[in-house]
Design a protein around this ligand. Structure first.
Ligand code: FPP
Ligand code: MG
Length: 290
């Protein structure tokens, strides 16, 4: 999914997202003429390598003479490509929200418990992005799933997946209070089960733990990106809450609000994955955009 989209980066056709993103002032240099052949080639190079890179990363014994349909299906299923890592991320999230105050502990872990983790769309996309971003940066002689540099880089990128998920869940806890929701992910929403006050505090707590994890990466550019995302979430939610009749008819307003409320988190997290991977600003912007 992600990889076939990367191959379309230079396509001239526009989709809704690209149309919208072209309205962002800091993205002006993404207009097609600004792409250099070499950087595009580098990104496409990631994709070319992908078919052999991923099986290596995940320990598949890939035999081109023996492709059963189930193997092909497994390789094409983005969730199964990162299934093991998704479990690791889920386990770490449970550990990251441990705290000594019992009520806060049960509120904070509420949506990280097994079975209510949601679709895990964000961590899946981010881990796949990490795979795409990491293939080209290390010298072939140093590269491989088992070497220390690769492992360390991957661990740092997994931290981004965890931080992103924490910010996302924090925003949902607050959103459910604002919307007076009574269900979320098929169970009672936290505000419904434990009350508004604890739900707000649990959201604040998740944000604070996300900040601690973010600081531990010691990368100020990545910290700034994700701090901006939190601002965007609040801005988007406020825009939605205060929409005037006129704004309700404006596609531009709708797209701006939706970028802040939804797209900014995944886009900037993808960019953070690329930056941690040592990619150039140009490639990081492609990760953000696509
Ligand atoms: C779901 O919207 C809500 C969001 C995607 C973001 C909400 C953001 C905030 C409440 C700002 C506070 C942010 C943080 C990080 C604490 P929805 O109501 O349209 O969708 P739903 O059906 O899933 O509730
Ligand atoms: Mg809601």
């Amino acid at each position: 999914m992600l990889f076939s989209r990367i191959s379309r980066i230079r396509s001239t056709g526009s989709n809704g997202c690209r149309w919208f993103l072209s309205h962002k002032p800091h993205l002006q240099f993404l207009n097609p003429p600004a792409y250099s052949y070499s950087s595009t080639h580098k990104v496409l190079g990631c994709r070319e390598n992908f078919s052999w890179g991923l099986p290596a990363l995940h320990g598949f014994r890939h035999n081109i003479h023996h492709q059963s349909s189930s193997l092909v299906e497994e390789q094409n299923d983005p969730f199964s490509l990162v299934a093991d890592e998704l479990s690791m991320v889920a386990n770490r999230l449970r550990l990251m929200v441990v705290t000594e105050v019992p009520k806060l502990a049960s509120a904070a872990e509420y949506f990280f418990k097994m079975g209510v983790e949601g679709k895990r769309f964000r961590p899946t996309v981010l881990l796949l992005m990490a795979t795409a971003m990491n293939i080209s940066i290390l010298e072939p002689s140093l590269r491989g799933p088992g070497d220390a540099l690769t492992k360390e880089l991957r661990a740092r990128q997994q931290r981004i997946a965890e931080i992103t998920e924490m910010i996302h869940v924090a925003s949902l806890l607050h959103d459910d209070v604002l919307d007076d929701a009574d269900t979320r992910r098929g169970i009672g929403s936290l505000n419904f089960v434990m009350g508004n006050k604890l739900a707000v505090l649990a959201g604040d707590f998740l944000l604070s733990r996300a900040c601690v994890a973010l600081a531990s990466l010691k990368n100020t550019e990545v910290v700034s990106l994700l701090a901006k995302v939190v601002e965007h979430l609040v801005t988007g939610e406020t825009m939605q809450m205060t929409t005037t009749c006129e704004q309700r008819c404006s596609m531009e307003y709708y797209m701006q609000k939706t970028y802040y409320k939804t797209a900014s988190l995944i886009s900037n997290s993808c960019k953070a994955i690329a930056l941690l991977g040592g990619q150039t600003a140009e490639v990081a912007m492609l990760a953000y955009e696509d």
